[in-house]
Design a binder for this molecule. Structure first.
Ligand code: ZN
Length: 434
């Protein structure tokens, strides 16, 4: 809830101007800060994912935040019945939450940014560039994670830093959470909710090109195992190729995808395929001159906004089951479906939630570019904050999500600085002034 009445208009106006001036004066440092954090290759599950949390914890301490830094108990957390899953091994994981205590009883705001990034992929696609260069060229900062989402992380850090340096008297608490494991399921945000952290609203600065995304589709990772019968390839007719038997299953998945995308949620109409199903990895056989006796296909299924996970899973299992029924071999030796790794539910924050109008207003105060509203086609921590935490949550952040996870990832400096300014104003407007 925004309560602008608690401070007189000139006072609020003065704080906003001072804050924007402070951020303008520090624009170069903000860009340099992003470049430095991109140089930390904090790939999900890596040692650097641990290191960066300690760096950020120290930063928050020097910013005079009340900092809660804790080692996440992986054994206990992963054993929780509603734990959303992980896809990489970790020996260690840390949670970091910094709080600027409000000076009154105003509404609290959480800025939640993930620190982990996906691996750089095939290095040849970076055309000779270091994937973690943090190179600043013209209007961009380059490198894995620049867009998804270290720009959003840096925008949040500097918005909070501006507010604390100037000692802006917020009424409600402002909370900055940096989380691990977003890319492989949501470990960090799940752990902070489990630790009891909540707020009256949350902004996740994922790359939205500064649009507002109050909803996200879900994503379920699955594995299909297709049996065959091995024999020497020279006698292939006496064996059964698991690769050949996978083909009708793959076709069934493409048909299912088409059916499931025929009707789109109103917030998802901008996407040609809001809830795709894709196979990302296949392994079959172990010898070139054999008929392969097993095929493992791993993929990712989109979950529609408003659809629950069991319903989505059932649709895929039934499609695979029906494809098996249509094949003489598979009818007797059916393919199996397992759900493993990240299991992202979809999530949505009510369109009349006050955080949405606050973000719209503050964005308009610092940018002339029009802002649209849509749902992200990817899963994110929104569904944990909103679903488990019941915290109204939206995405608003710098960077074009098309560049995330791809070669030559980069982010616009102009968007980085605009998001920083907007997030600072959002904190004032949402938390109020004492
Ligand atoms: Zn992200």
């Amino acid at each position: 809830m925004t309560d602008l009445a608690s401070s007189t208009f000139p006072e609020r106006h003065t704080w906003r101007s001072r804050l924007l001036n402070y951020l303008d004066e520090h624009a170069t440092q903000i860009v340099t800060d992003l470049a430095g954090l991109v140089r930390m290759p904090s790939v999900s599950g890596s040692d650097t994912e641990v290191d960066i949390q300690h760096v950020l914890s120290d930063r928050m301490s020097t910013m005079d935040l009340d900092v809660d830094t804790w080692q996440i108990s992986l054994e206990e957390t992963l054993a929780e019945p509603d734990f959303p899953g992980v896809e990489v091994d970790r020996s260690e994981a840390w949670g970091v939450v910094g709080r600027v205590a409000g000076r009154g009883s105003g509404p609290s705001l959480m800025l939640n940014a993930h620190v982990d990034v996906v691996p750089p992929g095939d290095l040849r696609t970076w055309e000779g560039a270091d994937p973690f260069s943090g190179r600043v060229t013209g209007d961009t900062v380059e490198g894995r994670g620049a867009c998804d989402m270290k720009a959003g992380l840096v925008a949040s850090l500097w918005a909070v830093r501006g507010l604390t340096e100037l000692k802006v008297p917020l009424r409600g608490d402002l909370v900055l959470a940096t989380v691990v494991g977003e890319e492989d399921g949501g470990l960090g945000t799940y752990a902070l909710l489990r630790r009891g952290w909540r707020a009256d609203a949350c902004v996740i600065p994922e790359p939205t090109s500064l649009d507002i995304a109050p909803a996200s589709a879900g994503a379920l990772t699955f594995r299909i195992t297709v049996p065959g019968a091995a024999t020497h390839a020279s006698r292939r007719l006496s064996g059964v190729s698991a690769i050949e038997k996978f083909i009708p299953i793959f076709s069934a998945l493409r048909r299912l995808e088409k059916e499931r995308n025929a009707i789109k949620h109103p917030l998802a109409t901008r996407w040609e395929l809001p809830i795709p199903i894709e196979i990302g990895k296949i392994a079959a056989g172990d010898w070139a001159s054999n008929v392969p006796d097993t095929l493992n296909a791993e993929g990712r299924m989109g979950v529609a906004i408003g659809e629950d996970i069991p319903t989505a899973r059932r649709a895929l299992e039934e499609a695979v089951g029906a494809a098996c029924q249509d094949d003489g071999w598979l009818r007797v030796h059916p393919a199996t479906v397992e759900w493993w790794g990240g299991q992202f539910a979809s999530g949505i924050t009510e369109v009349d939630s006050s955080i949405i109008s606050t973000v719209q207003r503050c964005h308009a105060d610092v940018s002339r570019s029009p802002q649209t509203m849509w749902a992200t086609p990817y899963g994110s921590d929104l569904r944990l904050m909103q679903g488990i935490g019941t915290v109204p949550t939206i995405h608003y952040g710098p960077g074009d999500a098309c560049l995330a996870h791809g070669p030559r990832e980069c982010v616009s400096i102009d968007e980085l600085l605009t998001a920083t300014r907007a997030l600072a104003l959002i904190a004032i407007d949402h938390c109020g002034l004492a």
